[in-house]
Design a protein around this ligand. Structure first.
Ligand SMILES: [Zn+2]
Length: 384
């Protein structure tokens, strides 16, 4: 089948750009533009502050509202330290699967979009199809915001965004949100035989972490969202650095906290509880010894959760196109909540299995890709 060949060819080309999140994605974006521009697509770029990366928005069809976004990220996770059987950036085919970094997460979806684009461009569409390709998803969904906000506020406001993260073409309607950051404690160092004269950053951090454990306990007994695993919010601390010697009161201690919040609950409320504990319960005693002591927080990444759509008719339409009978919820985060917060109904439907993502010898079944292209074509038909 011709379409399968087109998907495979596009995917091989996309895999060949080593767009790990730390690198520029501009070569890949330029390559995509050379495919879409001759089709008459209206191209918009949303560069990052460094000018080394950009989001790409390509609109096929009329510049009107009510269209559909097909969205995916162009960046991939690194391959260092992984045992690959062949060059991760040279795609190879075996046993009905395509191997290479990003085949599942998520250049396979991008290849499907490119493969169906010529047919979409040839159709007399009354509403547009937007291909929205982002950067920096794998480092906390920090790239897509400028593009999502722009399109949500523009005259092009679409009726739906499909985020093509791997769901084995299931309809995923919700996931938790994530908030991740540092807590940095500054103490006052001195000889450990006189601990009352100084401020111990390690022991202060321990009190902060104990409060986080209490928050976690409250989350376990708090609101639930059935269908998620676990169905309640969670918070963890997985890295701590602090202190320099066994007999010096520690001057510095820092740790990373990470929370995963069910849809409908506020990550900022939890963050404020942490800050309040620091300013009200811990800092007064620290500052009494030295005003320079204190506790600082820094947010590293904020991935909004995805709530199920309120529009039941839209869910029914998508399930029918997919030939499925129920929606699913997942535990990983995506860019979908960012589009949803920009006012665009958003769902996650894409080819491949998330279990294959980020792995050595990452691969995707060709049958998943053809099923995805078929689904995207049906959605294009709804824009006639
Ligand atoms: Zn992904």
């Amino acid at each position: 089948m011709n379409l399968t060949n087109d998907i495979t060819r596009h995917l091989a080309d996309l895999v060949a750009f080593p767009t790990v999140s730390s690198a520029s994605n501009l070569d890949l974006i330029a390559h995509v533009e050379t495919i879409l521009q001759p089709l008459g697509a209206h191209i918009r770029r949303f560069p990052d502050a460094s000018g080394q990366k950009a989001n790409l928005l390509a609109t096929i069809g009329p510049e009107t509202s009510g269209g559909i976004i097909f969205s995916g990220h162009t960046d991939v996770v690194p391959t260092q330290g992984q045992a690959w059987s062949s060059d991760p950036f040279v795609m190879r085919e075996a046993d009905g699967r395509l191997f290479g970094r990003g085949t599942t997460d998520m250049k396979g979806f991008l290849a499907c979009c490119l493969a169906i684009a010529p047919a979409a461009a040839a159709m007399p569409l009354t509403r547009p199809i937007h291909l929205a390709f982002s950067y920096d998803e794998e480092v906390g969904c920090t790239g897509v915001g400028s593009m999502a906000e722009w399109i949500g506020q523009s005259d092009l406001k679409p009726r739906l965004a499909i985020i093509g993260e791997p769901t084995t073409m299931d309809f995923v309607a919700a996931h938790k949100g994530g908030l991740v950051g540092w807590c940095r404690v500054t103490g006052k160092p001195g000889h450990s035989s006189q601990p009352d004269r100084y401020v111990n950053a390690v022991m202060t951090a321990a009190e902060m972490i104990a409060e986080i454990s209490r928050i976690r306990e409250d989350m376990r007994n708090g609101p639930t969202f059935e269908g998620l695993d676990p169905p309640y919010s969670t918070i963890t601390v997985n890295i701590v650095h602090g202190g320099v010697a066994g007999n010096i009161v520690a001057e510095n201690c820092e740790f990373i906290w990470e929370m995963r919040i069910i849809p409908g609950e506020s990550d900022m409320a939890v963050f404020e509880r942490m800050q309040r504990f620091a300013t009200e319960k811990l800092e007064p005693a620290m500052k009494a010894i030295d005003p320079a002591c204190g506790i600082a927080f820094e947010i590293k990444a904020n991935i909004p959760g995805l709530r199920p759509n309120e529009d039941a008719a839209l869910d029914t339409e998508l399930l029918k196109l997919l030939g499925r009978n129920q929606v699913r919820y997942v535990s990983y985060g995506t860019e979908a909540g960012i589009f949803q917060n920009a006012g665009i109904p958003s769902v996650i439907i894409g080819p491949g299995d998330i279990a294959d993502a980020h792995q050595p010898d990452e691969s995707i079944a060709i049958s998943e890709l053809t099923a995805c292209a078929d689904f995207l074509q049906k959605l294009v038909e709804t824009c006639r």
